[in-house]
Design a protein around this ligand. Structure first.
Ligand code: ADP
Length: 820
């Protein structure tokens, strides 16, 4: 480049101290100089870069993949040289070398503007590369949310700008002073210099303006300033209030006038200024510097410089607002909200926390909150907390915490890790609620559940027992042949056990009505049965009735006893009868037989008594006649009748003794064959109607009550005579079977029907037939025989065929196995 084209040293100096970031390049892209702020921002020194080729001084970051900064800048500069027009480049990533670490780079985003400056002859004198460091903005744009890092970054940047501005202020002061002295010293040079100065201001990428006179007439306004103000070049020559009427009343005006009046420089940081641009009122924030301009020691004007800091201020405001919003929200919330730093130390607790715990909110970092956690929960709570902290992971803790009343409350606290825009961990935000009531309810539900499970178990136990006892009852009912029935008095429907149905010959399946049951009742009992039922329904009287039925399926007449109870419903109305039925036929028949027996006994006793009475009257008559009457035959007859009565009475007495357990066995050893032989002999003598054959066996000893055994043999012999026709023979056998002696009496009489055989040895049992109806008897003989033999541990039985005859047997143990 030709020396002629270089800017003067003065000009360069003026540039160097300007409060903006720029670098001045020769037309062949060598660095002439750079502003102090530029050097500061790029971490370089003027002497190391001045005279270097731009890209030697600022090489591209070799580690940045796809870095196109060098290429873009070169193409922009080439364009400016070729066209002679300025070029505002979009944001460029162009990292600068890190002064502290050789070879390392610092991330930087720039907004470069290349402005060509021409000399009076119109040839390119130099190129101003003005840059705006937008690294913060670029970074913050994505993050504008609320991270602390952002805020700190913004604050740092603001601080930096402030520092730069104040540096600029000092520099400007120096510059002013030097300008003043220069003006005084070199008036001649001034005109030229002033042109250059004006040129410099006009081409400066920093918004600058010069006011002249008390009415603040715009003397110089550069393009940047015109853009700021949103005005055209025609404001030059107008006063401030004419050119920018919307400024009237804004604080910045007072400052401007103050500088003019006092001559003291002033700067405003982040000053709010409302300007009308293209008819739209816009609010912006600016760092503003005003410097008084002197002429012969008198203030004649003011230099104004403005830097737009609107994005930073807005970002800062947004952070503050967001923090404010968070605080307001947190403070007004019932939820417990807290923040910790990345080490887990408490930074913030909201009002709810303080209210519940009574904790003071100053010096939170020192608060040992874990000491208030219930000792049983503490270990788990801190473990989870530390795990979350270590892994920067979301977690939830549920624990008891002591409140200010020293009561434990159940809390559920959720911790969410906080990360800033660079993804570095900032700590946790916690939100929590009091779940004591919920917990209480859960505990109650758990308790109720347990109680329910317990009572269920008991219930199923009870059910099992009920089933068992029902089963037992059923078994007992079945064993006892008892039927059960439940009669619904409203519907007349009866539920009956199978036994009940069986006893009445009712169908085993299906509903049974009261009417069906009545069908089985023998007609002579119908009235009684109905009466019992009526009394039960109307008066709740207990049921106890014995009546005869005709089994509906077999037609057999049976006696039933029904015992029941009436149950009332909640309304006190008789609703249901539960009844048990049993077949009492045998008892009933026994009773009937007993009654018959009594009638018969009375009759039998009456007969000998009548004849005795007749004989006594005869004796009386004869005695009164005084004749010598021989009363012996009559007395013998009386004697015989009395004997008959005694025998009869003895028989009855034996029964009653037997039944009352008073009968005693007088055991002794005797030969059963002997007494049998004797008895057969007696019958042979006394009974002429039958013939008797006794088949002897060897003499056999038994250990028994001789009288009673004799009674048994006698009874069997007398029955054989009674129930077989005259002229037939009766055979008596005595046999030995191992250690038993068996005695039998065989007749050739009427025999016994097989269905009578099993009941023959029952008390009062007599075979009912035409043949037997003419034969006197009480039905107690065989019963007594059986009782006597059983008490001797023997057996008694019969083999018989109707019309063919019967053989009655009994066996007894042989005494000590000996045979006599
Ligand atoms: P009873 O006084 O009626 O004879 P028992 O008890 O001695 O009483 O006999 C019971 C019934 O057994 C008799 O009524 C009779 O019908 C029947 N019986 C007893 N012995 C004989 C027999 N040898 N042959 C046929 N039937 C007999």
């Amino acid at each position: 480049m030709g020396q002629n084209n270089s800017p003067s040293l003065d000009t360069l100096r003026a540039f160097e101290t300007a409060p903006a970031m720029f670098m001045i390049l020769s037309p062949n892209l060598y660095i002439l100089t750079a502003s102090d702020l530029f050097l500061e921002a790029t971490g370089t020194r003027r002497d190391t870069i001045a005279g270097s080729y731009i890209f030697d001084a600022f090489p591209g970051n070799p580690d940045l993949e796809g870095a196109d900064g060098v290429k873009n800048i070169l193409s922009s500069l080439t364009k400016v040289i070729a066209t002679g027009k300025q070029d505002a480049m979009p944001v460029q990533r162009y990292d600068v070398p890190d002064r502290s670490i050789p070879g390392a780079f610092i991330v930087r985003y720039w907004e470069p503007l290349h402005v060509p400056v021409f000399d009076d002859t119109g040839s390119l004198s130099y190129i101003i590369q003005s840059v705006k460091n937008v690294t913060g903005e670029i970074m913050s744009r994505a993050e504008a949310k609320q991270s602390r890092a952002d805020r700190e970054e913004s604050l740092r940047e603001l601080d930096l700008v402030n520092r730069r501005l104040s540096a600029a202020h000092d520099t400007l002061q120096v510059m002013n002073l030097s300008l003043e002295s220069e003006v005084a010293k070199r008036t001649l040079e001034l005109e030229q210099s002033e042109r250059k100065y004006r040129n410099l201001i006009e081409h400066s990428p920093v918004a600058m303006q010069v006011f002249r006179g008390e009415d603040m007439t715009f003397e110089i306004v550069n393009d940047s300033m015109l853009r700021f103000l949103g005005k055209d070049r025609d404001i030059i020559g107008k006063t401030l209030f004419q050119g920018v009427p919307e400024i009237i009343g804004q604080p910045v005006v007072d400052v401007l006038y103050g500088v003019y009046r006092t001559g003291k420089p002033l700067e405003l940081h982040g000053e709010k200024v409302i300007l009308e641009r293209n008819g739209i009122s816009e609010t912006g924030y600016y760092d503003v510097i005003y410097r008084a301009l002197y002429d012969d020691g008198e203030v004649t004007g003011v230099l104004g410089i403005a830097i737009d800091v609107t994005p930073q201020i807005l970002a800062q405001q947004a952070i503050l607002e967001s923090e404010e919003r968070f605080r307001n929200m947190a403070e007004g919330s019932d939820i417990f909200i807290s923040l910790t730093d990345e080490h887990g130390a408490l930074e913030y607790l909201n009002a709810s926390w303080a209210d519940m715990t009574g904790w003071a909110r100053d010096n939170l970092k020192q608060l040992s909150w874990d000491e208030f956690v219930h000792p049983d929960d503490r270990k788990a709570v801190t473990a989870k907390f530390l795990h979350g902290l270590e892994n920067k992971q979301e977690f939830t803790n549920e624990f008891r915490l002591q409140n200010k009343e020293n009561e434990y409350r159940w809390l559920r606290i959720k911790g969410i890790p906080r990360f800033d825009s660079t993804q570095s961990f900032n700590g946790f935000i916690f939100s929590g609620i009091d779940v004591t009531e919920e917990k209480q309810r859960l505990l109650e539900i758990e308790y109720i559940n347990k109680a329910l499970i317990f009572s269920n178990e008991q219930l199923s136990d009870a059910n099992l027992k009920l089933l068992e006892s029902e089963e037992n009852l059923k078994t007992a009912f079945d064993a006892g042949g008892l039927g059960s029935c439940s009669l619904d008095l409203k519907t007349g429907r009866a539920e009956m056990s199978p036994t009940y149905r069986h006893l009445y010959g009712l169908p085993q399946q299906g509903d049974i009505s009261w009417g069906m049951l009545l069908d089985s009742v023998e007609p002579e009992f119908l009235n009684e049965v109905n009466l019992v039922l009526e009394n039960a329904i109307n008066h709740g009287a207990p049921v106890d009735s014995t009546y005869a039925i005709r089994n509906l399926s077999t037609g057999e007449r049976r006696w039933m006893r029904v015992v029941g109870k009436v149950y009332q419903g909640a309304d006190g109305v008789n609703e249901r009868i539960y009844a048990v039925v049993m077949d009492v036929t045998s008892q009933k028949e026994d009773e009937i037989r007993k009654n018959d027996f009594i009638a018969m006994v009375s009759h039998e006793l009456k007969t000998p008594l009548t004849s005795i009475s007749g004989y006594v009257q005869l004796l009386d008559l004869k005695t009164r006649q005084g004749s010598s009457y021989d009363g012996k035959p009559v007395l013998d007859k009386i004697q015989a009748q009395l004997k008959k009565m005694t025998t009869m009475i003895n028989g009855f007495l034996s029964i009653s003794r037997l039944e009352s357990g008073k009968i005693q066995l007088a055991r002794k050893k005797f030969d059963i064959a002997d007494i049998t032989s004797r008895l057969v002999e007696e019958y042979h003598t006394l009974v002429s109607t039958h013939s008797f054959v006794f088949n002897h066996c060897t003499a056999t000893l038994v250990h028994a009550d001789e009288d009673k055994i004799e009674h048994v043999i006698n009874n069997l012999l007398s029955n054989a005579v009674k129930y077989s026709p005259s002229g037939t023979s009766i055979e008596i056998n005595c046999t030995i079977k191992r250690d038993l002696v068996v005695l039998s009496v065989k007749d050739n009489g009427m025999g016994i029907h097989s269905h009578d055989v099993p009941r023959l040895f029952e008390r009062y049992y007599r075979v009912q037939s035409l043949q037997t109806s003419t034969i006197a008897g009480f039905g107690i003989g065989l019963y007594l025989c059986a009782e006597i033999i059983h008490r001797h541990n023997g057996k008694i039985w019969v083999e018989s065929e109707l019309d063919q005859g019967s053989t009655f047997y009994f066996s007894l143990p042989i005494a000590n196995g000996e045979q006599a």
